[in-house]
Ligand binder design. Structure first.
Ligand code: PHE
Length: 355
């Protein structure tokens, strides 16, 4: 055993480490072979020291130490390179937005780079309001229904007692499609759809998108409503009032006062506009309630017998009530959002506040 043997081992180590390259497994094998605690080459070389004549021990010992240091530092470097240069084996699946994965198989990945933050979504304020209202009515035994956004004239207007020349059509500037269909201007057509397809008792709420040709601070060409309809024997205006009061107390607070004013809708008779006492100023008068102390919150009324006739329900036997309110308006009130259009701008700085 001599320093020449040390040089031999050194060369073998360098060559084998080179070959292992950035394979973590390969580097580990080289480590075990040369620096392994139990049977590595270094251990073998250290044991050989004892057998050497005394005058050779010093030189051999020093050379062995140098070799040991070199092997250890090169192994450390190779290990580092191996973890920082793993290669993509599985490109993964498309992400949630449906974008194809951007990493290609075989491409090196620097795993020491900080990870990309995972973008977390948040529930949209209009959706929060919709879910809360649905929950309230589900507890009262209502079902949640849906209907088409592209409607026909009959369901959106005619069945709801709004004939072609009726002035109420002017209030609801309608988007018409080339084939005579239209974008529903309210969720009320779903009342007609449900009543023509089944007999009472009917208890439903219908959340959905509606469309009108309107756009300013308080109006958007698309907004959200939720419709309510209850039809059964012996339903009176008292049931309507009690239901709306219970609902509004639950949604806002037990302390809000509820006020019914006479109103007009072609499909309800009598009709009532419903206000709540201003939740911002305790009726002292503020900007939100325009100094009146009241905030208009929904439209309602007893189902007009002509609507029952149109959808094939016996108006002699059944009565019912209906109501409709704007979800966006409630979200603006509850969360203090000043411009309706902010709700639909898709700006995550808004929705993130609701995470
Ligand atoms: N559809 C009415 C609107 O859009 C609201 C409403 C629904 C009124 C049901 C009465 C009954 O303004």
């Amino acid at each position: 055993m001599s320093t020449a043997r040390l040089e031999e081992v050194r060369r073998a180590f360098v060559a084998e480490l080179e070959q292992a390259g950035t394979s973590a497994d390969g580097v580990e094998k080289v480590r075990v072979k040369f620096a392994g605690q139990r049977s590595g080459k270094l251990k073998e070389l250290a044991e050989a020291l004892r057998a050497l004549p005394n005058d050779q021990k010093r030189d051999y010992g020093r050379a062995l130490n140098e070799l040991k240091q070199e092997i250890e530092s090169r192994l450390a470097e190779a290990k580092q390179a191996a973890v920082t240069e793993i290669r993509v084996k599985d490109p993964g699946t498309a992400n949630a937005k449906g974008h194809a994965p951007t990493v290609a198989v075989g491409r090196p990945v620097d795993v020491t780079l900080p990870g990309l933050p995972v973008a977390r979504g948040a529930e949209h304020p209009v959706h929060i309001v919709r879910r809360r209202i649905e929950e309230i009515f589900l507890r009262m035994g209502y079902d949640v229904e849906a209907g088409p956004e592209v409607e026909d004239d009959w369901h959106n207007f005619e069945a709801l007692n709004i004939p072609p020349d009726h002035p109420a059509r002017d209030d609801q500037d309608t988007f018409y499609l080339a084939d005579g269909h239209l974008l529903r201007t309210h969720t009320s057509p779903v009342q007609a759809r449900v009543m023509e397809s089944r007999q009472p008792p009917i208890r439903i709420v219908v959340p959905g998108r509606v469309f009108r040709r309107d756009s300013d601070l308080r109006h958007s060409p698309m907004f959200h409503q939720i419709e309510g309809l209850l039809v059964d024997e012996g339903i009176t205006f008292g049931h309507l009032k009690a239901t709306l009061e219970a609902f509004l107390h639950e949604l806002f607070s037990d302390r809000v006062a509820v006020r019914l004013r006479p109103g007009y809708f072609p499909f309800t008779e009598p009709s009532a506009e419903v206000d709540i006492s201003c939740i911002f100023c305790a009726q002292k008068g503020c900007g939100v309630c325009s100094g009146s102390g009241w905030i208009e919150i929904l439209g309602s009324g007893m189902v007009d017998p002509r609507v029952f006739e149109a959808v094939g329900i016996d108006a002699g036997r059944y009565t019912g009530f209906a109501f409709g309110l704007g979800l966006d308006r409630v979200a603006m009130l509850v969360y203090g959002i000043p411009d309706l259009r902010q709700l639909f701008a898709g700006d995550q700085r808004l929705t993130r506040q609701f995470a």
